[in-house]
Structure formats: structure tokens, C-alpha cells
Ligand binder design. Structure first.
Ligand code: NAP
Ligand code: MG
Length: 480
């Protein structure tokens, strides 16, 4: 048998009640933007307009920060830790109750397969609120010093690849530790953050504890430069991360940066090949490869290279590309025209620099933004596709002969966010994970996340950790 035919299994969009227009969420209410400017958010799978979104200008960001400051001083800093925990538990349960609605809205706005938003993004977002709810009244025992204190008002800026999940990674620890928040979602994926604003209302969260300002890079930069923001938490590109680091240098703001990556997935000759092929597929094609910790560099031991690539190609031929709302879809739409053109031009340098491109036969939909699952073979360390983050469904394949060479190649990158090791030997896993310079190392698995497990990078992949006790520490300062 060469192909599987699947009958369409579309999720219904009926549960998603997307308003034609959204205001900003400030001080517990949706309020019109002073800017009187809007932009549209689209469904990248068909380019249809989903809603008009308010673009927050400086005055709007000022209002949001003032609301967060007032909520911090008057209410949240006086709310007992156990009470804070109750709000977080309530938010977590509402996210679970409204999971289907969130999954549908996420998929429509982002282009990721419904299977992933349903089974990964939304459950993990709820798990982050549950996890941090449990910490709220135990911070004195978290090893964060004597009586750790919140910073005050935290400005949070998130990217478009995991919109709700990145919001949860940011808001849950901030609230658990007693901070108030102004959050800016990405321009192309604001809808689940706005739906989350409704959840805050539903949970009875005191007004102003969470404020959501939609907008573009300028909105983010007003937040970064606002004098009354005590801490900035940013997830996004290394380029913008560096600009933020420069902007806060010399101020009293504390900052955490979760930036890009170019992870090596190392396959040794004793790895179980079929299972490893599955892991490599997941590592690069999960979420269309729009994953900062994606296993975008495959390092294959030379002796198994031919057999491995043959099996990898066979498996890639079974990837179903298409309608993200279909429950059978594996690879959805690229998030934006801009991202598609970045992927296309970087992949083009792979052709120009002499790597061999391969993609399975697949028919891409006519409208929307699409890129087929792609591998480049014969890639060397000098190639741009081995050094730069493509942030799309494109895998660069390199080879190695000795374990030492694998480690050297894996570490030869300006990044250091994640890495994968595939081998039958426990001792080799331990050896490799001590040598690899990456914040997260997966062994015989990939892209596994848990709220208790700290996530973050070395070198140009960022500063600080999110998740676990380490992540909490970024949201508190020395005690009184
Ligand atoms: P990006 O351009 O850096 O944008 C990230 C966020 O910053 C967006 O909300 C963006 O707003 C905003 N922004 C843009 N310019 C800004 C400025 N000058 N000041 C303040 N905020 C600004 O990154 P992206 O292309 O959206 O996301 C992809 C990148 O994020 C990749 O490099 C990926 O590796 C990284 N990422 C890292 C992690 C991690 O945990 N380490 C997780 C996910 C993604 P607009 O959307 O309106 O431009
Ligand atoms: Mg969108």
C-alpha cells in the first residue's frame, strides 16, 4: 500500500464566537483604544479575515500600565497568597471547561492543526495554571530566599507560534508570585489572549490584575520602555530580544528573554531506527516547525545514514498537509505571508549553497500560506540552513563519525535552547547531555513539556528559565 486515504474529519467552527471587532482589555473591561486604529487578524489557512483588532498606542499602554499599578497597590499585593492560588485554580478549570472553544479559535487564528491545539496547547496552558496555583501559598518554601517579594508590574510580550500557551507560561507564574500584568500578544494571533481576557472576567479576577494590549512591535516597545514597568518577560526572536536588552540596560527593570534556537537532534548508530524516525518527525514538523526548540538540525551517524534517510522519507510521505481544522491533519498552515517568505528565502539558500532538497509529493491548498515538509541532505556547518533558524518545516541533515564529532557539531551554533540524543545506551545519554550546551536535552524523545520542568537557553537563546521553581525565581526579588 502506498497511500492512506482519510475521509475528512472537520472540527466545527461553530463553537468559536469570534467578535467582528475587539477593544483592549484594561482594568477588567474591554475599552476602545485611544489610537482609534485597528488591524485585521486572518486565518492563515485561507486568508479570510477573522476580526478587527485594536492597535494600542503609547497612551493606551500608559493606561494599561496605570491600571496594573493601581491593581497591584490597592488589591493584588494585599490579596493573600492562598486567595491568589484560588483565582489561578479557577482560571485553570475554566480553560479546561472551554478547551474546545480555545482550541478552535487558536487553530483558526494561527493555522496549527486542531489535533495539536486540542491535545497540546490548551491542556498544557491549563496545566501551567494548575501548577502555579499550587505554588502561590508555598513561595516561602521554594528556596527563593527569605520571604520572596513580587516585582510589581510586569510587561509581557509573546510570539505567535504558541499564543495561548506562551500567555500561560507568562501570566501563571506572574500572578502566582503576586505581580500584576500587561501582556501584548503577537499581531497575527491575538484572539486567544482576548478570549483569555473573558476568562479573567469569568473567574472574577480583580480588575487590572491582567491587562491585554493588542498591537504590533511599536506597542511592545512602548511596554518595554515604560518607566513604571518593573520587569519585562519576552519570548520571541533573538533580534528583538537584543533590542529589549539594550532598552532596559541601565534601568532598574529586570528582564527574562526566551529567544530562538537551532537544536541538534543526534542519532547514534545504536538508536532504534523506527522509533527515532518518529521522534525526528515530531521534532521538526510539530507546529509546522514554528517551534523555538525544534530539532531543526539532524545529526546522523554516518554508518546508518542511508537506511535512516530512506525510512525518514518514507515516513514523511505519510504526513498529511492541509486544512488545520481537519482532525487528521498533521501539518497545517504557515502562520503568515511574512513567515512563509522567510522560510522560502532561507530554504533557497540551501539550494544555492549546494544542499540536496527533498519533499514528498503533496498537493498544497490554493489559498493561504503553505510549505511542504522538506529535508536538505548534504548540509555542512557552513551552510546558512545549518546556522540560522528557519522556523518552518525544513530539516537540515548533517552527518558525523564519532560521538565527539557529534557533540562538536551540535554545539557549533550561536544558540543553545534544546538538543536531542537518540541511542540505546544510557551511559551515552548521560555523557552527551553533560557535553551539550543546551537548556533542555531530550533523550529518546523530543518536544516534551511539563510546567514543573524549567525551559530556557544558553547563549543567544536567552536569559532565564520559565517553568518549575527556576521559572518562579524570575518573578520575585529578595525578601523584605
Ligand atoms: P518577534 O518578531 O521577536 O516577535 C515577538 C513579539 O515581540 C511579538 O509580540 C512582536 O509583536 C513583539 N515585538 C516586535 N518588535 C518588538 C519591539 N521592537 N519591542 C518589543 N516587542 C516587539 O518574533 P516572532 O517572529 O513573532 O517569533 C518567532 C521567534 O520567537 C523565533 O525566533 C523563535 O525561536 C522565538 N521563540 C522562542 C521561544 C522560547 O521560548 N525560547 C518560544 C517561541 C518562539 P508583533 O507580533 O506585532 O510583531
Ligand atoms: Mg491570525
Amino acid at each position: 500500500m502506498t497511500s492512506f486515504e482519510y475521509a475528512p474529519a472537520p472540527e466545527s467552527a461553530a463553537i468559536a464566537k469570534i467578535a467582528p471587532h475587539y477593544d483592549l482589555f484594561i482594568n477588567g473591561k474591554f475599552v476602545p483604544a485611544k489610537s482609534e486604529t485597528t488591524f485585521s487578524t486572518i486565518n492563515p489557512a485561507n486568508e479570510s479575515v477573522l476580526s478587527q483588532i485594536s492597535l494600542a498606542n503609547q497612551e493606551d499602554v500608559d493606561r494599561a500600565v496605570a491600571s496594573a499599578r493601581s491593581a497591584y497597590q490597592k488589591v493584588w499585593s494585599k490579596t493573600s497568597p492562598a486567595e491568589r492560588g484560588k483565582y489561578l485554580f479557577r482560571i485553570a478549570r475554566i480553560l479546561q471547561e472551554r478547551a474546545r472553544e480555545f482550541a478552535v479559535v487558536e487553530t483558526l487564528d494561527n493555522g496549527k492543526p486542531i489535533r495539536e491545539s486540542r491535545d497540546v496547547d490548551v491542556p498544557l496552558a491549563a496545566a501551567h495554571f494548575f501548577y502555579h496555583a499550587g505554588w502561590a501559598d508555598k513561595l516561602d518554601f521554594a528556596g527563593l530566599g527569605n520571604s520572596p517579594q513580587p516585582h510589581g508590574v510586569v510587561g509581557q510580550i509573546i510570539p505567535w507560534n504558541f499564543p495561548l500557551l506562551m500567555l500561560a507560561w507568562k501570566i501563571a507564574p506572574a500572578l502566582a508570585t503576586g505581580n500584576t500584568v500587561v501582556l501584548k500578544p503577537a499581531e497575527t494571533t491575538p484572539l486567544t489572549a482576548l478570549l483569555f481576557a473573558e476568562v479573567c472576567q469569568q473567574a472574577g479576577l480583580p480588575d487590572g490584575v491582567v491587562n491585554i494590549v493588542t498591537g504590533d512591535g511599536s506597542t511592545g516597545s512602548y511596554l518595554v520602555n515604560h518607566p513604571d514597568v518593573n520587569k519585562i518577560a519576552f519570548t520571541g526572536s533573538t533580534e528583538v530580544g537584543k533590542a529589549i536588552a539594550r532598552a532596559v540596560a541601565g534601568t532598574k527593570k529586570s528582564v527574562t528573554l526566551e529567544l530562538g534556537g537551532k537544536a541538534a537532534n543526534i542519532v547514534f548508530d545504536d538508536a532504534p531506527i523506527d522509533e527515532t524516525v518518529e521522534g525526528i518527525i515530531n521534532g521538526i514538523f510539530f507546529n509546522q516547525g514554528h517551534v523555538c526548540c525544534a530539532g531543526s538540525r539532524l545529526l546522523l551517524q554516518e554508518s546508518i545514514q542511508d537506511e535512516f534517510l530512506e525510512k525518514l522519507k518514507r515516513r514523511m510521505s505519510l504526513i498529511r498537509v492541509g486544512d488545520p481544522m481537519d482532525k487528521n491533519t498533521d501539518l497545517g498552515a504557515i502562520n503568515s505571508a511574512a513567515q512563509l517568505s522567510r522560510i522560502t528565502s532561507l530554504a533557497h539558500t540551501g539550494d544555492e549553497e549546494g544542499a540536496q532538497r527533498w519533499s514528498p509529493d503533496c498537493t498544497l491548498p490554493e489559498n493561504g500560506f503553505w510549505y511542504p515538509p522538506t529535508i536538505f541532505m548534504g548540509v555542512t556547518q557552513a551552510h546558512r540552513i545549518a546556522r540560522e533558524e528557519i522556523f518552518g518545516p525544513v530539516l537540515s541533515v548533517l552527518s558525523f563519525r564519532t560521538p565527539q564529532e557529534a557533540i562538536e557539531k551540535a554545539n557549533n551554533t550561536p544558540y543553545g535552547l534544546s538538543a536531542g540524543v537518540w541511542t540505546d545506551k544510557g551511559s551515552r545519554i548521560l555523557w552527551a547531555s553533560q557535553k551539550l550546551r543546551a537548556g533542555v536535552i531530550w533523550a529518546n524523545t523530543f518536544n516534551k513539556f511539563d510546567p514543573a520542568s524549567p525551559f530556557g537557553g544558553y547563549k543567544e537563546s536567552g536569559w532565564g528559565r520559565e517553568g518549575g521553581r527556576h521559572g518562579l525565581s524570575a518573578y520575585v526579588k529578595e525578601g523584605k
